[in-house]
Design a protein around this ligand. Structure first.
Ligand code: BGC
Length: 339
């Protein structure tokens, strides 16, 4: 599954984007499609097993280089993207591998509990990878801010290791998942009791922090740490009556409002019993559909920087629509509102 079926830049298959889509297909009555995608990921990763060993060596010998680490995305044929000497596109994003483990286990659990043998071998490979690499500073889930430990990336790693550890009976993975979870609750990743986007002094809140509660379930929804984080998302990132920005100071397309994050906040609201807010977010999402009925990656209204919006358009072209994780997460929220 490409990130977008039509947009030139998004013609690759990202593990993160695909995981959200597979998660939605399982909920939308298309487990066959989800199974095919997980199989594609498993075969692709097993073909690149040598890359996992190279990455583990790099971490063990302290020679981490983004190009050695395993990719965030592959071509639709399951190959690494061709190197473009004029433009290095960051690939080292550990969350992608945590996302895949988490979504693959979710798929197995929702479909009878039997694991396909190819998927199981790939899961064990990814567990081995994340046990060595999972706490290495890298790019965040937005493919930005290299060289830092990002809260939502560690959250994806922890959730993936926890779920795969449970499913495969790998107690070391389960143990490591809990060590990471405890680390996330410590002062590196929290401030005034709420989560911050990264360790090392970036104290901003980020929409991706919602995932620590839903769907990763790393903290109880009513815990102070999560409640304060969600309050900050509502106060600092939610556009009045609109969608949700990624973080303050975002310059990508001027700092726009994201469908994925609006759906994520809608799910948190619903889990808290705030049906009205969830409905309002759903209505906002539906209102962003193009005339063909496609949902875009984000909506550039009321942006933080019109100058950076113009720059984004020149550099990457029109906003990708459909960007598949947007309709995927719209579907998930819709189903939860109208089971
Ligand atoms: C986003 C990433 C995403 C990629 C493909 C980027 O613009 O920041 O999170 O994985 O697009 O959709």
């Amino acid at each position: 599954m490409p990130a977008s079926t039509v947009h030139e830049v998004y013609r690759y298959g990202w593990l993160r984007d695909g995981s959200w889509c597979a998660y939605a297909m399982d909920r939308g009555g298309r487990p066959d499609a989800s199974a095919r995608w997980h199989h594609w990921v498993a075969e692709t990763l097993l073909r690149h097993e040598h890359r996992v060993d190279e990455a583990l060596d790099a971490v063990a010998t302290g020679t981490v280089d983004g190009r050695v680490m395993t990719p965030a995305r592959f071509t639709l044929a399951g190959e690494e993207e061709p190197v473009d000497p004029t433009h290095e596109w960051p690939n080292f994003q550990t969350d992608c591998y945590g996302f895949w483990l988490w979504a693959a286990v979710d798929h197995v659990r929702r479909n009878g509990g039997r694991v396909d043998s190819t998927v199981e071998r790939a899961m064990r490979l990814v567990v081995r990878y994340l046990m060595g690499v999972g706490e290495t500073p890298c790019y965040d889930c937005w493919e930005e801010y290299p060289g830092l430990l990002h809260t939502s990336s560690l959250a994806a790693v922890s959730a993936g290791l926890r779920d795969a550890g449970d499913l495969l009976g790998e107690s070391a993975a389960r143990g490591q998942a809990e060590v990471i979870r405890q680390r996330l609750l410590g002062e590196e990743f929290t401030l005034a009791s709420g989560f911050v986007r990264s360790a090392g002094g970036d104290t901003r809140v980020d929409g991706s922090l919602l995932w620590l509660g839903v769907p990763f379930e790393l903290v109880p929804l009513d815990s102070d740490v999560f409640q304060i984080t969600v309050k900050r998302v509502r106060e600092e990132l939610r556009a009045p009556g609109g969608g949700v920005r990624r973080y303050l100071g975002d310059s990508f397309y001027g700092g726009s409002q994201w469908i994925l994050l609006a759906a994520s906040l809608g799910r948190v609201a619903l889990a808290e019993g705030n049906v009205e807010e969830a409905r309002e977010l759903l209505a906002w999402i539906q209102g962003t559909a193009t005339s063909e009925g496609f949902l875009p990656e984000h909506v550039a209204v009321d942006v933080c920087s019109p100058h950076m919006l113009a720059f984004g358009g020149k550099r990457w072209g029109a906003t990708a629509a459909p960007l598949l994780w947007s309709p995927a997460m719209h579907l998930v929220l819709l189903k939860e509102l109208r089971p």
